[in-house]
Design a protein around this ligand. Structure first.
Ligand code: SAH
Length: 224
C-alpha cells in the first residue's frame, strides 16, 4: 500500500476505535477524545503489531513491557482533567504513546522511563512525529522529577504497592494523580488522588486494571 493510502487507512481505523470503543465505554473529555483521534498509535508499536494498533487492547513492546490499552489511556488522561497550559508528569514512558496523547493537550509533558532502550525508541518517535513539548529522562520515576515540579497532573503507567510519597509531594494544590495500586502480578485498583488545600489527598477509584510492576525505590524493589 502507498504511504499516503496507509496513513488514511490507519486514520479511519483510529476514528472507528475512538467512536466505537472508547466513547461508548464512557470516554467523554473532549480534549482527550480529540487527542486520541490524532495520535498515530500504529507508530508506537513494532511493525508486526501495526495491524492491531487500533484494537482496544494492550500490545507487547520491548523489555517485556506493554503499550497500554487505548481505553485505559483515555480513562487515565481524562481523569487528569488536562488542559492547555498544564504541566504533566508521566512515570513509565514505555512506547511513548500516552505521553504523546498528553502532549497534544497540555503545554509541557515530562516523562520518566527506567529502560534505556525503550526511552531511546520513544525519544526517536517524539522527534519523528514532531512532539517538541515532551522531555524524557531515563531513571527511577518513583522519585518523580524534582527539577520541574510541581505538576498539575501526574500519571503512573505501572502498578505500585503504595502511592509513592515523592510523587504526591510534587503535585500542585488542586493537582490530580492517577496510579494503579495493588498486587505485583495481578489486579490493581486504578486510583485518582486530588491534592486538597490542606495538602491531604482525596481518593477515589476508577476501577480494576492490570499493569506491569512499577520497579524502583518507592515501588516494587528488592525489599518487597
Ligand atoms: N505509558 C506507556 C505504557 C508503559 S508500560 C505507553 O503508553 O506505552 C509501563 C512502563 O513503566 C514500562 O516501560 C516500564 O519499564 C516502566 N517503569 C516501571 N517502573 C518504572 C520506574 N520506577 N520508573 C520509570 N519507569 C518505570
Amino acid at each position: 500500500m502507498l504511504f499516503q493510502d496507509n496513513e488514511r487507512y490507519q486514520a479511519m481505523k483510529r476514528e472507528r476505535m475512538v467512536k466505537e470503543q472508547l466513547q461508548p465505554k464512557g470516554i467523554r473529555h473532549q480534549a482527550t477524545v480529540e487527542s486520541m483521534l490524532t495520535v498515530p498509535r500504529h507508530k508506537f508499536v513494532s511493525e508486526r503489531f501495526q495491524d492491531m494498533a487500533y484494537q482496544d487492547t494492550a500490545l507487547p513492546i520491548d523489555k517485556e513491557q506493554t503499550i497500554s490499552q487505548p481505553y485505559i489511556v483515555g480513562l487515565m488522561t481524562e481523569a487528569l482533567q488536562p488542559s492547555s497550559g498544564d504541566k504533566v508528569l508521566e512515570i513509565g514512558t514505555g512506547s511513548g504513546y500516552a505521553a504523546a496523547v498528553l502532549a497534544e493537550i497540555v503545554d509541557e509533558v515530562y516523562t520518566v522511563e527506567r529502560h534505556q532502550d525503550l526511552a531511546q525508541q520513544a525519544e526517536d518517535r517524539f522527534e519523528l512525529l514532531g512532539y517538541e513539548n515532551i522531555r524524557l529522562r531515563v531513571g527511577d520515576g518513583t522519585k518523580g522529577w524534582v527539577e520541574y515540579a510541581p505538576y498539575d497532573g501526574i500519571t503512573i503507567a505501572a502498578g505500585a504497592p503504595v502511592v509513592p510519597e515523592s510523587l504526591a509531594d510534587q503535585l500542585v494544590t488542586g493537582g490530580r494523580l492517577v496510579i494503579p495500586v495493588g498486587r505485583k502480578e495481578g489486579v490493581q485498583e486504578l486510583m485518582l488522588l486530588k491534592k486538597k488545600a490542606d495538602g491531604k489527598l482525596a481518593r477515589s477509584s476508577l476501577g480494576q486494571v492490570r499493569f506491569v510492576p512499577l520497579v524502583g525505590e518507592e515501588g516494587w524493589n528488592k525489599g518487597r
